[in-house]
Design a protein around this ligand. Structure first.
Ligand SMILES: N[C@@H](CCC(=O)N[C@@H](CS)C(=O)NCC(=O)O)C(=O)O
Length: 237
């Protein structure tokens, strides 16, 4: 059976949504990154980058969330345009990569510097907050005159969008102001979130007891770069 290495963070949730949409049988393998399980031999054998999501299905090994979406959707010939030379496939690839290389990293850094990093952080937070907004505004403008991210139907690009959009108030630090500023993103988020598969994906985490405290041990595993700073600058972390 397909093994899905996951936690409840946005990138794994994209894949959880697709697995649920496809109705594929899978074994959800929890990877508690706050306990350092991303460095286990079992995960590293599937993803040398020590991150989730990752998938092992027989001899098929996959890591990086949007690569997993593309592979599984194309294999099933569902939720993706499979005409290799079409304009729609071109748009699918562009938006998938935009979400993978822009939305994800800048939103993730916005979360880190807003909610986790020690002071002084005004320069870094300003940069990532600005860039997160800039990327989300690209999506907002794109969605202003279309129902779905690509083409006329729900696809893996909407799934990749959903995983990050559901956390947007946390990413940007404000709930009400976020949805006033990004109403078209909210509309698509609500459409995807109403799908039974999205609810099943959200419920997945309840099957496993993930550590909730972001204590010193968790920070050691999640932010190993802080070791280089020595005890003084990290004392307040
Ligand atoms: N480019 C990767 C990023 C994966 C990633 O950063 N995953 C996070 C969860 S969203 C993770 O594993 N974090 C644990 C860690 O950094 O130790 C993807 O899209 O799958």
């Amino acid at each position: 059976m397909l093994k899905f290495f996951y936690n409840a963070a946005p990138n794994p949730m994209k894949v959880a949504l697709l697995l649920e949409e496809l109705g594929l049988p899978y074994e959800a393998v929890p990877v508690d990154t706050r306990k350092g399980e991303q460095f286990s031999a079992a995960l590293l054998a599937v993803n040398p980058n020590a991150k989730v999501p990752a998938v092992k299905d027989g001899d098929v090994i996959l890591f990086d969330s949007n690569a997993i979406l593309l592979f599984l959707a194309e294999r099933a010939q569902r939720f993706v345009c499979t005409d290799l030379h079409s304009a729609q496939r071109a748009q699918t690839l562009s938006w998938l990569m935009f979400i993978a290389s822009g939305i994800g990293p800048f939103s993730g850094q916005s979360v880190h510097f807003r909610h986790v990093a020690p002071e002084p952080k005004v320069y870094a937070l300003n940069r990532y907050d600005y860039e997160a907004h800039r990327h989300w505004q690209v999506l907002e403008d794109h969605l202003a005159n279309r129902e779905y991210m690509v083409g006329q139907a729900y696809s893996i690009v909407d799934m990749a969008f959903w995983a990050w959009a559901r956390l947007l108030p946390y990413v940007l630090g404000t709930a009400e102001a976020t949805w006033q500023r990004y109403p078209h993103c909210k509309r698509l988020l609500d459409v995807v979130a109403a799908r039974p598969a999205a609810q099943a994906a959200e419920a997945l985490r309840n099957r496993h007891a993930f550590k909730t405290e972001l204590d010193q041990e968790a920070k050691k595993f999640m932010f190993p770069q802080n070791e280089r700073l020595g005890p003084a600058p990290t004392a307040g972390l």
